[in-house]
Design a protein around this ligand. Structure first.
Ligand code: HEM
Length: 541
């Protein structure tokens, strides 16, 4: 695992030296200033695409009987701010409930509508067949709308954008390097053992933190620790020790700050981005969280860099397949050290908030549906009775896979997709010009009874072969995005979640005795109140 070719080591060391130097430079020079229009990045991305591919909308309209873009229905807004004030009215729409706003708008305006909220213009599609056209038209470099506050923070502070926000050739290079490790089935299956170890330790941890009523207060934070330990083990090739009592200070700070970071990012993403001109209170809070997240992310990466520098390169002999993730990333000539750092931090951030919320929702669904929980328990007993889960037996977990899919359908962590079209196209009978921001209304589709009968009921069986047509099966995958830019952590995430869920139901019966939980957005879809579950030990566990 820790060995590599001498050539790779040389490259890695060169990168590491550069990484340490640039880190120092950033610390001493501080924040870089903005010299241009604060909205330039957003405008530039769209203009670039438009310049490349634009054709006259009016021509298309008359030639093919396709209605022009202007005719796409949608809520009427005011000049400049668009529909922004709809989100500030008493009892109006809420940024923290955008998934609901999209659903309501779609019910009102139909399978395609357009809306301008301050500086964000979007076209929302709620017909899975029509959205296929967007998927099929994706080029080699799909463009997702950047997460503006995150990208602005990185530009302002001289950091690389990283895999999540980079575009074009720059994105492609980082993606190609990263996917070799993250999307290869063998590489991910090899990670079963460390995932089992983390999950086993988490089970012990859960036992120890239950109160007299067998409930766990602050379960969110505890599951976050699991998610961080799990991705940390993959990225840094060592255990962070998140389950120790007390939690290591760095891990503790990372968890607290990352949660704050995602919470503050949500309102910043939709509001007028005045923070680009002067630092609002909200921006300052976000920036503080971001500083700590970057600093701690950098600390973990630097720690690994120092360790690698102390390895005797003459002993090392291995190819890319055998070296662990960060070692591999740092040794890639096609990535600058800063790009490697930003991508590693992106993975750490993207992996924790998403999987921990997905697990929380799934546990909640299981607790609310005891019959489903029993079926799942019986399946795991028949397939894997307290054994380690490995590459051979993981295929027996078909029910746990259906449970997770169903939970992601009801509570899609990412509730809408995002693409900027790169060519003119027809959708729902309208011309959509190149450079338009288009989204699939995932939450709206997943909760549509016409597509998913009894859509508000948790029914994992609906995912079984023969129970659902293949197009709807494909629709469920959209929670991971699509095409060349689909979630790079999907395989990793599914595997670690399948393993943890199996272990939890084998050991505990879950109960929930409090008020119903509703979704809210902390960037990803999260429970709107503490998930106070009861973990009752199984007698044979
Ligand atoms: C429940 C778990 C998760 C869900 C639902 C999820 C969902 C998504 C979605 C929808 C996207 C956008 C894809 C697109 O635009 O087509 C995405 C991108 C991404 N995800 Fe995940 N994700 C999850 C877990 C993870 C994990 C565990 C990691 C890292 C190990 C990760 C890393 C990333 C990265 C780096 C990107 C950007 C990829 C790119 O732009 O090339 N995600 N994720």
């Amino acid at each position: 695992m820790a060995t590599k070719t001498a050539k790779q080591m040389t490259r890695a060391f060169r990168n590491m030296r550069a990484l340490s130097t640039s880190a120092m430079k950033q610390n001493t020079t501080g924040i870089s200033e903005i010299r241009e229009c604060p909205f330039r990045d957003m405008v530039n991305t769209v203009n670039d695409v438009l310049t490349r591919k634009k054709t006259a909308i009016s021509e298309t309209t008359t030639e093919n009987n396709i209605k022009s873009f202007d005719h796409v229905p949608g809520p009427k807004g005011l000049p400049v701010v668009g529909t922004l004030f709809d989100y500030f009215k008493k009892d109006g729409l809420r940024f923290s409930k955008m998934f609901d706003a999209y659903r309501q708008r779609a019910i009102e305006h139909g399978p395609i509508y357009k809306e301008k909220i301050a500086t964000i213009s979007t076209v929302v599609i709620s017909d899975p067949n029509e959205y296929q056209k967007v998927i099929r038209a994706e080029g080699k470099y799909p463009i997702r709308r950047e997460m503006e506050p995150m990208a602005h923070y990185r530009r302002k502070n001289g950091y690389e954008l990283g895999l999540v926000n980079a575009q074009g050739e720059e994105w492609y290079q980082q993606r190609t390097v990263t996917s070799k490790k993250m999307l290869k089935m063998k590489e991910v299956l090899d990670f079963c053992q460390p995932m089992n170890d983390v999950a086993n330790d988490f089970m012990e941890h859960l036992k120890s933190i239950r109160n007299d009523n067998q409930e766990i207060s602050g379960l969110e934070k505890e599951i976050f620790k699991w998610a961080m330990e799990s991705i940390g083990t993959f990225l840094f090739e060592e255990r962070i020790g998140c389950f120790a009592n007390p939690t290591p200070a760095k891990a503790h700070a990372f968890i607290d700050n990352l949660r704050g970071y995602f919470k503050k990012m949500q309102p910043l993403m939709y509001n007028v981005p005045v923070y680009k001109i002067f630092p609002t209170k909200l921006w300052k809070e976000f920036e503080n969280y971001a500083n700590t997240v970057m600093e701690i992310g950098r600390y973990f990466v630097d720690k690994k860099v120092k360790e690698l520098q102390s390895v005797d390169s003459s002993r090392a002999k291995a190819d890319d397949d055998e070296v662990a993730f960060l070692t591999y990333l740092l040794s890639q000539q096609s990535l600058t050290p800063e790009q490697a750092l930003s991508t590693a931090v992106d993975l750490l951030m993207a992996a924790t908030e998403t999987t921990s919320n997905a697990i929380l929702w799934t546990l909640y669904c299981l607790a609310k549906n005891p019959e489903v929980q029993e079926t799942l328990y019986n399946e795991t007993l028949a397939g894997i009775n307290n054994e380690q889960i490995n590459a051979d037996n993981i295929s027996k977990l078909s029910y746990v896979k259906a449970v997770l899919k169903e939970s992601l359908r009801m509570y899609p962590i990412t509730w809408a997709t995002s693409r900027i079209t790169q060519q003119d196209m027809e959708v729902c009978g309208y011309n959509i010009p190149a450079g338009t921001h288009v989204q699939a209304n995932l939450y709206g589709m997943f909760r549509d009874d016409k597509l998913f009968p009894e859509s508000d009921t948790f029914k994992p069986e609906r995912w079984f072969r023969g129970n659902m047509d293949t197009q709807l099966q494909a629709l469920s995958n959209l929670v991971w995005g699509h095409g060349a830019r689909m979630c790079i952590g999907r395989r990793f995430a599914e595997q670690e979640m399948h393993i943890l869920l199996t272990k939890i139901v084998q050991k505990f019966k879950l109960e929930y005795h409090h008020e119903n939980i509703e979704p809210t957005l902390n960037t990803v879809m999260s429970p709107d109140r503490p998930v106070v579950l009861k973990f009752v030990p199984r007698t044979n566990a």
